[in-house]
Design a protein around this ligand. Sequence first.
Ligand code: ATP
Ligand code: MG
Length: 407
Amino acid sequence: MTAEKITWRSIIPGCCYKSSAADSTRQVQDKRTPFLQQRLSIKDVISDPSFADDLSNSFVGLNLHVFSLAELQAITNNFSWSNMLGEGGFGPVYKGFVDDKLRPGTLKAQPVAVKLLDLDGLQGHTEWLAELVFLGQLRHPNIVKLIGYCCEEEHRLLVYEYIARGSLEDQLFRRYSAALPWSTRMKIAVGAAKGLAFLHEADHRPVIFRDFKTSNVLLDSDYTARLSDFGLAKDGPEGEETHVVTRIIGTQGYAAPEYIRTGHLTTKSDVYSFGVVLLELLTGKRALDRTRRSREQCLVEWARPLSKDPRKLNRIMDPRLEGQYPTKGARKAAALAYTCLSRNPKARPMMSDVVMILESLQDFKEALTFGPFVYVAPKEEKDGNEGNGDYKCGYLPLKKIPKRKLI
Ligand SMILES: Nc1ncnc2c1ncn2[C@@H]1O[C@H](COP(=O)(O)OP(=O)(O)OP(=O)(O)O)[C@@H](O)[C@H]1O
Ligand SMILES: [Mg+2]
């Protein structure tokens, strides 16, 4: 087991200094270090006592701005209710606006989102630090950009670029707005898949996102998907390792069955969660909804068996689409969701395969001209029972984790 139950005070007491005027105008940047040659892992950060002295020294080369609490209070109108964008397990998120006088020459005037750690909440410094370590180093068009942070006494804040349309959860499930058209849903799926493929397969130690769900996919004004919320992310297995062992944490309805059963985490756990979100995009239904009839409450239990059968597709497709989708494209997307949700993790595709398949669906006619891409999934292992009864969103005993994170 990795030692995760470490209190923030024991990790980096030295970062909790009061920002001086000099600190607050400093950008965490060192011209001598073009970029960190190798990605820092969260373990490196926790185990190296030198990180304890001064976080800003530890993140040289990352182009992160260090903000004081007073500065963030000023840009969010004193964390006023009217600036609040939403609230998750970590704490509330506020909209703010930085003008070009705050960090002249290094930070352009722009709207930002400021996430404030709820000091009475159940997530804490470890999640804040994980978000800082991962997002500070991972830059990709489908990952939200971290602009900076504040670590002052017990206060922990993160400052991101503001993503105009908020979360996919709001856009997909909000009742009083127009339904997202098919092409937009597929664009979102491709963007999110590219973000995960980058985490899993790019030229760095794999990162397992661990909390992939609609509320953690933010949408730009042109519906480009941006993954957010790396507080639960983990460094993936290295070398001979096949998985990482960790406490079971995530969001009910999205977490892979083998992870819930064993605590063994792989990149294929994210592929499963992606399959759940893809089903949500197709059906317009939430992963878990206690207000639905009992056999439909868990989306995967209900929709996965139907997604396998092209003749039953219309039983699961979102009625708000009013039939405005290409049947063949929708069938392929449903078949892809089915494979991502395989009980056997090895039978799930890599995220780069998912990207290719989804890209081929974006303009289905065009894809046919060039010949359809066929993904051949590895055969399910014998013990990888595909029966519907295997998919249970059922509760496990409550752990000391926020209710929205409960599996
Ligand atoms: N960079 C951002 N730009 C715009 N809105 C944002 C940004 N980051 C977060 N939000 C908004 O704040 C809300 C809360 O985000 P947060 O990630 O803290 O919680 P959550 O995803 O709803 O829940 P959980 O803690 O389970 O992940 C989001 O749903 C989104 O609407
Ligand atoms: Mg979130």
